[in-house]
Design a protein around this ligand. Sequence first.
Ligand code: SF4
Ligand code: SF4
Length: 454
Amino acid sequence: MVDSTWGTGEPPRDVLGPVDDGRAFDEHHPPSAELIADCVHCGFCLPACPTYVLWGAEADSPRGRIYLMNEGVNGEPLSGSMVEHFDKCLGCMSCVTACPSGVKYDRLIEDTRAQVERRYTRDRGDALLRRAIFALFPYPRRLRLLRGPLRAYQNWGLQKLVTRSGLLDRLGPTLTTLESLAPRLRKVPPPPPRVAARGQRRAVVGMLTGCVQGAFFPEVNSATVRILAAEGCDVLIPPSQGCCGALSVHNGRREEALGFARRLISTFEHMGMDYFVVNAAGCGSSLKEYGDLLADDPAYAKRAAAFSAKVRDLAELLDELGPVAPRHPLPLTVAYHDACHLAHAQGVRAQPRALLRGIPELQLREIADPELCCGSAGIWNILNPVPAAELGDRKAANIVATGAELLVTANPGCMMQVAAGLRRQGGGMAMAHTAQVLDASLRGLGASALVERP
Ligand code: SF4
Ligand code: SF4
């Protein structure tokens, strides 16, 4: 049964109280026994799993978590330790790529998390932190309100003062992590609702501005719009668009995600777009799954599947369309970091690399252990600051070892997490979104627009 409370003024089912009937899972989309049975326990996924790499514990591996799901399906109660092992999963989907048996761990963990959120009572601190995160992050306007105070903190010397005072060390790892993740904010005007293609029109493209991307990386959205227009796309950017629901669905808040998804579909579906383009990996992966997410909703099932079929990551769309705008040289060495939700969840690895290789004089370098997550994983780094920093440090060390001048990736979460890791390594490597690199090439801005050289 679909929860029909969304939009009626009643709270959605996943924010109602927990259920204690002695069983881990109820009948509303439990992890599928058939999908669990696909796991042949071979263990090929173990070395690809960041939590197994960190702790070496079977229960913190994909195979161990599938075992625990099976226990739940067979009637075991939802214990605190079971929930902890599910919570510790980053949802990076590295195990999906590694698994030779095609186990759909992504579906399994998503269904498991929705059950945990509805049926398990979290301790007060954890519940409060999650409530605060979800009262803020999926709301672009609320996030934008943070820009002013954050800019003042960064630009009026307060940040340096707080860092020097040692106060951060006393605030605890969660606040320290939040402080370290905050990017340097730039003032960029919001994009207009419609931007016309330059030259002959090749496609009409709806564009997601995103929550964190729009509030903290508006320059990435501006670059995306300019690229699309230069490559012959009319770009539709209605300012009324909201969150896509990715954070909610990845954290088991399925009913909340359904509400966001319905709203986004309704905003764009009658605009006559050929494609819906996304420049944030985490958002793209859940937008491509709207068909599954809304499959139980008779009013939206077909519309959601039609919408999902149009979704493309920016690099994917540009690869599909083929280049028409002339590229100017960027004499730079670049390391490309695969965001998990782009590489593992969407299988988009070749297109961003092809895009970068298409820029004259740009040299691409590969990062060691590309399959291992940087530790960002949506809000995982806020909920698990200590292991997230360890993963961030590993990634930063591998990036520094490439000797590249610029780190390029395609997800705001990765940009913040990797930047914090690089700072902890004692250096600041320049970073840019794939869109910003291509934009600099199309506009002939030269390498100095992306890196400062002595
Ligand atoms: S999604 Fe990532 S963290 Fe979770 S089990 Fe798979 S590899 Fe491990
Ligand atoms: S999830 Fe796949 S790789 Fe991992 S143990 Fe099961 S079958 Fe093997």
